[in-house]
Design a protein around this ligand. Structure first.
Ligand SMILES: [Zn+2]
Length: 431
């Protein structure tokens, strides 16, 4: 029996309404006691004085690139990046090569994650075969193999009949369907948000209505079919107002997330043809960002994610029009949330942590995200006031394409604990 005592920290556990100084005792990978001034002889002790102790962060939208694009990222490097960001559980998107549209790929991801043994990795399966949007993938088989959701993320299912059938089938199998919302005909060749900045740069833009319409379509089909629908990376005024209306009308089968860059940054990051600011959905104009922040304050949003999307350098050295979409984010997401929402005075630290712990756990029905006695000891310990400057070259991720590169953030992860094992300590991965 191995024991770990975390002493003198300020514990924030939104699932249990805890926001106070406390000690935590871990034994054999489980939380066994939480309280003030625990006096126990433990094998290991962490002095968390001046630090915040919270449940391990959960990121339900991560592109791990394995199998198939191990040059961009692997389950191992994504796991290391996660640990450095205080993230103990990741949900892997199925747009690998080949796409995870059958049980063999799902089983491979689970097996690799077990071999790597750093963070919890939950695979998702594709909605349609090859993510081509035509025929349904082996949804039930993938669920039985361990897929926790289905999604064609990276693209959206354009055909409404296929989407309806997918939702009906997802409802029958009781599996979550995650939608990347976009109308391809409206997006067309757009490479950034359509607006004043795209005009200045002379780049083809994507109108916000491309996302708005797709979100509406997904919500309406979810209301009709009763499927559990999760809306990925919302970025527009129209998207969050549609979600707010649906929730107000009692649609408790619908959940929604925001990727942290979409409440933090605007399309002005694209100035200078900065390809690290090229992503999908695109960084939006200030009015959209403000609407996203309001939706977060109103609890319209259930979870924050990264949409961690690593690329090799040549993919981002292209002219803006041709560069790859996406930014890495696992190592910065907590600090971005802390800097742009908590320190900016929009929400409390407890609420921000909730959107990265019990919030996403509820969306994906993971038995994670709390510090309850008996729970798996997935714990993150951070300094909420420490300033640091992002240096993407130092990232554990294979991708160095970070839209926050060079920015100063507040909030630094000191320890990341998974299943009672300290896996990250003051900058180092521990195996
Ligand atoms: Zn997406």
């Amino acid at each position: 029996m191995s024991t770990l005592l975390i002493q003198n920290g300020h514990v924030i556990d939104p699932a249990n309404d805890i926001d106070a100084p406390n000690d935590i005792l871990v034994r054999d990978g489980k939380i066994v006691q939480i309280g003030k001034g625990l006096s126990v002889d433990a094998d290991d002790v962490i002095d968390a004085a001046g630090l915040v102790v919270c449940p391990g962060l959960i990121d339900i939208q991560v592109h791990v690139r394995e199998p198939g694009r191990e040059d961009k990222e692997t389950i191992e490097t994504a796991s290391m990046a996660a640990l450095a960001g205080g993230v103990t559980s990741i949900v892997a998107m199925p747009n690998s090569a080949p796409a995870a549209d059958n049980q063999t790929v799902i089983e491979f991801v689970i097996k690799r994650a077990r071999e790597v043994n750093l963070v919890n990795v939950y695979p998702t399966g594709a909605i349609t075969s090859g993510q081509k949007g035509d025929s349904l993938a082996e949804i039930n088989e993938m669920k039985r193999s361990g897929a926790i959701a289905i999604t064609d993320d990276g693209v959206d299912v354009q055909n409404e009949v296929v989407l309806r059938r997918a939702m009906e089938y997802a409802k029958t199998c009781d599996i979550l369907l995650m939608s990347h919302c976009e109308v391809d005909n409206l997006t067309d060749s757009g490479v950034m948000h359509e607006g004043w900045v795209s005009t200045q740069l002379g780049l083809p833009g994507t109108p916000a209505v491309s996302e708005d319409l797709a979100v509406q379509k997904n919500i309406m089909l979810a209301q009709m079919t009763g499927a559990r629908l999760h809306l990925l990376h919302n970025s527009t005024k129209g998207a969050v107002s549609a979600i707010k209306a649906a929730k107000a009308a009692g649609a408790n089968n619908i959940t929604a997330e925001v990727s942290v860059q979409h409440f933090a940054l605007t399309d002005e990051e694209c100035f200078g043809y900065n390809t690290n600011a090229k992503m999908y959905p695109p960084l939006r104009s200030r009015d959209h960002v403000d609407a996203i922040v309001e939706a977060i304050k109103d609890d319209v949003i259930d979870a924050f994610t990264t949409d961690h999307a690593p690329h090799i350098e040549p993919d981002k050295l292209e002219p803006f029009k041709h560069a790859a979409f996406g930014s890495i984010g696992l190592e910065t997401s907590f600090a971005v949330m802390n800097s742009y929402l908590v320190k900016a005075g929009h929400i409390s630290l407890s609420k921000g942590i909730s959107k990265m712990t019990n919030g996403p756990a509820a969306v994906a029905r993971l038995d994670k995200g709390s510090l309850s006695v008996g729970a798996d000891a997935d714990i993150t310990i951070f300094d909420p006031d420490e300033n640091w400057t992002v240096d993407a070259k130092q990232s554990f991720s294979k991708g160095k394409n970070c839209v926050f590169d060079g920015k100063e953030l507040t909030g630094k992860v000191h320890y990341t604990i998974v299943d009672g094992h300290v896996r990250f300590k003051q900058g180092d991965i521990i195996r």
